[in-house]
Design a protein around this ligand. Structure first.
Ligand SMILES: [Mg+2]
Length: 174
């Protein structure tokens, strides 16, 4: 079976709405996902970079993110034809481990937790495909990178790109 490695944040976990919600509420701002097109919150408000990143060190931050639309159904289908691994660069935020693990168990109960990979540098991942919103993870990846559209990456070119989970279904199961 071929292997598909799948990122979490901004691919199966809807990171931005919550990040914006807590930031807007704490700093009396009104930013929306549209403001993040082609950029990131920390680039939009560089003077607040430390505060913006600090949210991600909260051990509960990642526990209640929404699930990306159609990802559960499509991953369930994919897992009948491929070996599916969830690969998250969790070392960036070590306090997120428990929340991320519990989130995966809650929303993707059909996946074996032995297929959860909490890693740092994703170039160690040996898979045929990597679905990720960060192009940096493709630089040294040996398989086929698939860029999942996220606000920050809309201007990236030169990658196989999918815009949603139905397009992933089409790519793999056509
Ligand atoms: Mg991501």
């Amino acid at each position: 079976m071929q292997r598909i490695a799948i990122d979490m944040d901004e691919v199966i976990a809807d990171f931005n709405p919550k990040h914006l919600r807590v930031f807007n509420s704490d700093y009396n701002e009104n930013l929306t996902v549209n403001d993040l097109m082609g950029t990131r919150l920390r680039e939009l408000r560089p003077q607040m970079k430390n505060e913006i990143i600090a949210y991600l060190n909260d051990p509960t931050f990642f526990r209640d993110l929404d699930v990306m639309k159609d990802s559960q159904e499509v991953i369930k289908e994919l897992s009948e034809h491929f070996e599916v691994f969830i690969t998250t660069a969790a070392m960036e935020f070590p306090s997120s481990f428990t929340a991320k693990y519990e989130w995966l168990k809650e929303h993707f109960p059909f996946l074996d937790e032995m297929n959860f990979v909490f890693c740092g540098d994703k170039s160690i991942i040996h898979a045929d495909y990597l679905i990720d919103d960060n192009v940096r993870h493709f630089q040294r990846f040996k398989g086929q990178g698939i860029l999942f559209t996220a606000p920050h990456n809309i201007n990236e070119t030169g990658y196989v790109r999918v815009n949603n989970w139905l397009e992933i279904r089409e790519y793999f199961l056509r």
